[in-house]
Design a protein around this ligand. Structure first.
Ligand code: PLP
Length: 455
């Protein structure tokens, strides 16, 4: 055993090998030495467990591989062929070209982020965004923070700290990714008062729970699940009317923050921000990177007096939005103001893509790939906790895997490890790729990755 350890080459010998020398030309000496040592330590551990010591070329290869893994810029681009439009693990909404350019311009140089150019004095980070959001949603006031989870947390802390918030039992839920309504309420210092039952809650249930200490009625959009059958939840407008009689505002966590009518694309109706505002909600909360199709952001719109309380709260500074996201969000909202959201914003382009156009793309890929590929019917989903259970009819490129190279799992894994990784789905023991979520300029790279993975 100890002789196996002694057989491992020295750090100096490894540093003199050409591939390692090449690393040292790009990265600092210290960084390369650290990687070499880490690899040697790992080899000692595996040898202690009974593995044979690697040869010098093997060891050099391991070091190169380790360096590539450690120093590759991340997150790296991947091709989303899953057909899940808002794939949270793949970064949710891809941005429009204009939003990308706006973020890049904001990143590259100085901006008037918090500067009044006319007066030459300190300005507001929020003023321009507030104006855009009010125009798009019809709200009186607006505030943008870094994501919707923090928007809701800030809202509850500012409105309901030390007080009661009434929530339907069916909505005191986990949204996913560790966002649980009861925990968020507890963290914001509010006390959760649950009313109704999991499947049925009436306005009267909320009303009966109102006390002198009630700060708000909270409605939470059931983003990633659906309760079917014998169910009832009050309309927002009914809750608002009842709340008004008791001087208690309705806070609405919309999740996705849809601004377009989804039924025009053959989907179920997704509640819109404009509806919440028109119904008279005190505050509505939503994400920037779900159906809005913009960057990660948390958006609050609603009544001036309530939004002002959020702005003044110390947490507002802790969840401040950065300049790149702000710029991208502004550019995304402009698409809505120009009436071009469905054609200019990638998530809406994907949602509205006609099945025939998707079929033509899949057929084009198949022609480039040969007999192991075919085009079959399938379904795309929205994802990102929007429109649960809703699907869009699509056409898929199906790949027949080879049992000798690991079957469908093996093929899907080779696709994920391609130079530009491709994330696909497995259905009926075949790997399927949905053109709906593949951006047009990714097609060539995709076909190349498939060709190499089929080998
Ligand atoms: C997604 C979601 C959130 C969290 O939004 P993030 O922007 O991911 O922080 C909160 N509430 C609901 C209802 C959601 O769907």
């Amino acid at each position: 055993m100890s002789s196996s350890f002694r057989n491992l080459p020295s750090v100096d010998l490894l540093l003199s090998q050409e591939p390692v020398l090449q690393l040292a030309r790009t990265y600092s000496h210290e960084a390369v030495v650290r990687i070499v040592r880490q690899q040697l330590d790992e080899c000692r551990r595996t040898i202690a467990l009974g593995a044979a010591p690697p040869t010098l070329p093997e060891l050099v290869n391991m070091i190169s591989h380790r360096a590539t893994q450690a120093w590759q810029s991340r997150p790296q681009s991947v091709i989303n062929a899953t057909g899940v439009i808002l794939h949270t693990n793949l970064g949710r909404a891809p941005l429009s070209l204009q939003a990308v350019q706006a973020a890049m311009a904001a990143a590259k140089g100085y901006t008037d982020l918090e500067f009044e150019l006319v007066k030459g004095e300190r300005g507001s980070r929020q003023a321009h965004m507030r104006s855009l959001l009010c125009q798009v949603t019809g709200a009186e006031a607006a505030l943008v923070v870094n994501n919707n989870a923090s928007a809701v947390m800030l809202g509850l802390a500012a409105i309901a700290y030390g007080k009661e918030v009434i929530v339907s039992r069916g909505e005191a839920v986990e949204i996913g990714g560790g966002f649980r309504i009861p925990d968020v309420l507890a963290q914001s210092g509010a006390r959760l008062v649950e009313v109704g039952t999991t499947n049925r809650t009436y306005v009267a249930d909320y009303e009966a729970a109102i006390t002198g200490n009630t700060a708000a009625l909270l409605k939470v959009h059931s983003s990633n699940f659906r309760v079917m059958g014998f169910t009832h939840t009050p309309e927002i407008v009914e809750l608002v009317e009842m709340g008004r009689r008791h001087n208690v505002p309705v806070l609405h966590d919309l999740g996705s923050g849809c601004l377009l009518e989804t039924t025009q694309f053959g989907l179920a109706h997704e509640p819109t921000v404009q509806e919440s505002i028109a119904a008279g909600c005190g505050l509505a909360f939503f994400s920037g990177d779900k159906l809005l199709g913009g960057p990660q952001a948390g958006i609050v719109v609603g009544q001036q007096e309530l939004v002002a309380r959020l702005e003044r709260h110390p947490l507002a500074r802790a969840v401040r939005i950065d300049k790149m996201s702000l710029a991208a969000l502004g550019a995304t909202l402009l698409h809505y103001l120009k009436g071009e959201a469905a054609t200019a914003i990638p998530v809406w382009q994907m949602i509205s893509a006609p099945p025939d156009a998707i079929r033509r793309r899949a057929a084009r890929w198949r022609r480039a790939l040969g007999p192991r590929a075919s085009v079959v019917r399938g379904e795309s989903t929205i994802g990102g906790g929007s429109l649960p259970g809703e699907t869009l009819p699509t056409w898929l490129l199906a790949l027949d895997p080879d049992a000798s190279t690991g079957g469908a799992e093996g093929l899907a894994q080779r696709l994920r490890q391609a130079t530009t990784p491709v994330v696909a789905r497995i259905e009926n023991d075949r790997v399927v790729l949905d053109p709906r979520t593949v951006l047009p300029d990714e097609e060539k790279t995709l076909v190349k990755a498939i060709r190499e993975s089929l080998k």
